[in-house]
Write a protein that binds this ligand. Sequence first.
Ligand SMILES: [Zn+2]
Length: 402
Amino acid sequence: MILTYKFRIYLTKEQEEKLNKHFGCARFVYNFFLNYSSIMYKKMNISTNYNNWACVLVRLKKTDKYAWLNEVNSQSLQQSLKDLECAFKNFFKKQAKHPKFKKKKNRQTFRVPQHIQLYMKEENPKYGYIFVPKFKEGIKVRVHRTLPDTFKIKNVTFEKTTTNKYYVSIVMEVPHVQITNTSNDVLGIDLGIKDTITLSNGEKYNLPDLKKYEKRLKRLHRQLSKKQKGSRNREKTRIRLARYIEKINNVKNDWIHKITHKIVSESQVGKIVVEDLNIKGMLKSEKLAKYIHWQSWNKFIVILNYKAKRNGIELIKADRFYASSQRCSVCGYVNKEVKNLNIRKWVCPVCGTEHDRDINAAINLTNYVLSQEKVGQELSEIKPVDHALAAERKVNSSVTMG
Ligand SMILES: [Zn+2]
């Protein structure tokens, strides 16, 4: 089983310099080969890949011009190339936009894949030291979560946030603990178009109100745009804005952690089913607000998935068009009059059941799983049963979701 722990790190001046050198070199290599591959493709019609880039990188490092690349861990530079390759693969699979140049002002990272050691301070287990190549002394780590008894470190990623804080994410392999979950119950979760999630057991949760931060956020953006580029005042404002964004994200993430924990620990089910979010559709959407909202649900699913796994619960993603709010979860009748999003409650004209729009949609998700005889299907195999309905929902949702 793979676990990731993210800890704050505290650096000496010397270490900070060295770390920043690594961020810079990793970014340079990424950008260099992004540019390289597009030129090779456009001018020479040659597709290049990781192997070509790695060979060129070795030769670059032997030239005087790029000799400074030798000052950092060569494996971290190779990891940058791997990341670039991965970005291209996602792009070709239409799961992401074309790779973009990394900017110095954004969050900075680099990964160390090997030769990592972590020692805990015996007198104070809240702190430890992490040792990686090219760093003479261990980097001080604030270990705010208890580590597993036995683990093997697979890799670590160092990060500098836009607010100039430093972190390390430690990816470790721990012995798999088999949790037996014998429950046959299924919980459906309807992810709202705005900010509510609804469980098939009737519970509803609202994302914390992020609108109240908007005003100050806009003001900070405006202030920043007025400051002269390169000035100290601009840097001060930039950090103030980045801290504010960090704060908003913390509010959101705390909420996601709290709710996913509650769902996983209290629901006592064997399976949880959610809608598969439409990534391709979202990439096309130009509206930032929608994209941010989509990001929240995406993060919610990622965190729910790993917490569920740890508790022996299987997370199933059903085709998003299945979670129809138009289908009666009792008799299956599709009531087209419920299309309008403003209709929150309706009565099924066939069986007479009273429905809450979102709870009904969440129950439809559980029905879907229960009606499947094959257990543990891959999400790609799951197809909408009623294609006509799916198509209609598509039209419906394109109106409401862009
Ligand atoms: Zn009905």
